[in-house]
Design a binder for this molecule. Structure first.
Ligand code: PAF
Length: 276
């Protein structure tokens, strides 16, 4: 069982000691409710570091008013059981991460525009801020994130570059259920009927990819193919972008693209993406 550290100063001391021994620290930041996707990040972290740190923190600053902060799934005991390969779990309280008077936030100006940034105003400021704080506390050599949160990964990668944060950011492929649904802690909210319909997001993306593989290059046509599969209650966005997230009309051979979708199935907001 991993050591659990709640105090940021104690977490930093743990990291300092590991660094002083010349150990390489791999880090997987999470909001808990761990699933197989998180476990794949932890397994890769185990391979890349001498020491493996996990954080579990449901970060209030990345949730907007009316979002699911209060009901976000929390299961520390279950999470620690799934994370048995971890050396340390950093599980801070909100007041330790955001002491009274906190007023400094990180904004990645361009990449936070559009997609989830537009639908969830302030979300990526909350994400960038907490991830930078976690990096400063945990001081990892390498940090691992899932590609399911494609825009989040782009925002974090850019922040690390722009602010000279000495950490290697690694993105790993999305893990999927047998019917293609991207693994997500929020899948736990889905009713049986919603769960079936939720698979339509990945079905749409795969249908677009198949059409792309067959030679279609027009963005509008590819988006139509995906849209036709969607059995959702509200589409937040369905877009085709190049992999640096610039919008595109035509998918060129020399310009790899990604299709991104966000939609509500029942009351649950799901996101997914697929490279073409
Ligand atoms: O992807 C998540 O779980 C969160 O956005 C992260 C990166 C842990 C920041 O709170």
């Amino acid at each position: 069982m991993a050591d659990v550290i709640r105090d940021p100063a104690a977490m930093s001391a743990w990291s300092e000691a590991a660094r002083a021994r010349g150990e390489r620290i791999a880090f997987v930041p999470t909001m808990g409710a761990l699933h197989a996707g998180h476990v794949s990040l932890l397994d890769e972290g185990r391979r890349r570091g001498d020491k493996l740190a996990l954080s579990i923190f449901v970060n209030p600053t990345q949730f907007g008013p009316g979002e699911d902060l209060a009901r976000y799934p929390r299961d520390l005991v279950g999470d620690l059981a799934k994370a048995s390969m971890v050396d340390v779990a950093f599980v801070p309280e909100p007041a330790a991460m955001y002491p009274a008077g906190s007023q400094t936030f990180v904004q990645v100006r361009e990449l936070e525009k559009g997609l989830c940034g537009e639908r969830r105003p302030g979300h990526f400021v909350g994400v960038a801020t907490v991830v930078l704080k976690l990096f400063n506390i945990v001081r990892p050599h390498v940090a691992l994130f899932g590609e399911k949160d494609f825009q989040q990964l782009a925002v974090i990668t850019r922040m690390v570059r722009d602010l000279d944060v000495p950490v290697e950011v690694v993105g790993l492929p999305t893990l999927r259920e047998a019917d293609g649904l991207a693994m997500s802690s929020r899948n736990a909210y889905l009713s049986p009927d919603d769960r079936k319909r939720a698979a339509s997001l990945s079905r749409g993306l795969r249908a677009a990819k198949a059409r792309h593989d067959a030679g279609e290059r027009r963005a509008a046509a590819l988006l139509d193919v995906a849209r036709a599969e969607l059995a959702v209650d509200r589409l937040d966005y369905l877009e085709l972008r190049d992999i640096s997230l610039v919008p595109i009309d035509v998918v060129d051979i020399d310009r790899p693209a990604v299709m991104l979708v966000a939609a509500f199935v029942g009351a649950t907001r799901l996101i997914d993406n697929l490279r073409l």
